[in-house]
Design a protein around this ligand. Structure first.
Ligand SMILES: Nc1ncnc2c1ncn2[C@@H]1O[C@H](COP(=O)(O)OP(=O)(O)OP(=O)(O)O)[C@@H](O)[C@H]1O
Ligand SMILES: [Mg+2]
Length: 294
């Protein structure tokens, strides 16, 4: 069982594209042995992972698990959806599931802040001073979502650019981060800052690290791209540098063509080959299935 968060404070750097490709690729490796992968959308701007996969999430939302109002069995049943669309002439995706997000996630976040505040007040009033045992947003987040680790073999968190109250929570829940980054100067700066944020969380005792840096929308003709790749590699920013995902209009077209990932839309496209290499890398690192190049 492993949990990876796909994150970067820079917006529009293919986080959701990478999360869905990774989720699909890992599910393909897990499904033959009866395993399951789950993508959890944490973007309150709304169901991006689900819609990219051509799903209609309706009222399903991760907030229904986070608010703790429904028992987990019921909440999972009501909110987790299969991404397999074979029955409706869509792509076959055995073993892939999505827990969508909606704008109700903002309310859930506020509710959790208030809940933690009330509980901390109660503990202080009762004379407790073992502050390190007091609940936090992170501990509540982990407590409410960790039962999912018993149902799924791999969990991928598709993060929004701004995690605010959930930043430490995501890093407490995930084993490691996948950070897609563009290689132009501005995006690279955002990525350096993002990695610094993870290092700060590590200093606060949270075990999370950047496992994979994924250069996305790469145009190898640009000298700047080459220079940035070299800098990232030299500075050892991540444990692993993923193969660069080339920029291509085919990648952005895929979700619009019946809600497909590039792996389904054009399996032999260089972007699919690069994503497959990332999937194989993750699968090998976490001991899942056999390599399966497209
Ligand atoms: N390799 C690529 N080549 C060209 N376009 C791409 C590539 N990867 C992603 N895109 C496009 O870039 C846009 C942003 O991608 P995506 O939504 O995955 O980014 P994001 O980081 O999740 O954004 P946000 O920060 O809003 O959550 C989308 O239109 C997507 O199709
Ligand atoms: Mg996104």
């Amino acid at each position: 069982m492993a949990i990876l968060s796909v994150e970067n404070r820079a917006g529009g750097v293919a986080k959701t594209t990478t999360a869905t490709a990774l989720g699909l690729g890992l599910a393909r490796k897990l499904a033959p042995q009866g395993g399951k992968a789950l993508i959890i959308d944490l973007d309150p701007q709304g169901d991006s992972a689900a819609t990219m996969l051509g799903l209609r999430p309706g009222s399903r939302c991760v907030s229904n698990l986070l608010d703790g109002r429904t028992d987990l069995r019921t909440a999972v049943k009501q909110n987790v959806m299969s991404a397999d669309r074979e029955g409706e002439d869509g792509p076959s995706r055995p073993g892939l599931f999505v827990l969508p997000a909606s704008d109700r996630l903002v309310e859930a976040k506020t509710g959790m802040v208030e809940e933690v505040g009330r509980e901390v007040q109660r503990l202080i009033n009762s004379g407790r001073t073992d502050y390190h045992n007091f609940p936090t947003i992170a501990s509540l987040f982990v407590q409410r979502l960790s039962p999912l680790t018993k149902i799924f073999d791999f969990i991928i968190l598709d993060c929004p650019p701004t995690l605010d109250a959930f930043q430490q929570a995501v890093h407490a829940f995930a084993d490691a981060a996948v950070v897609p980054t563009q290689l132009d100067f501005k995006s690279a700066r955002a990525t350096f800052k993002h990695a610094q944020g993870i290092i700060t969380d590590q200093k606060n005792g949270i075990e999370c690290h950047v496992a994979y840096l994924v250069p996305v929308m790469v145009d190898p003709r640009l000298n700047l791209t080459q220079a940035m790749m070299e800098r990232f590699q030299k500075e050892g920013y991540a444990r692993r540098m993923a193969p660069p995902i080339p920029r291509s209009v085919r990648v952005s077209e895929a979700p619009a063509r019946g809600g497909q990932t590039i792996l389904e839309y054009e399996p032999s496209h260089p972007a699919s080959v690069a994503y497959q290499q990332l999937i194989d890398m993750v699968a090998t690192d976490y001991g899942i299935g056999e390599p399966n190049y497209a």
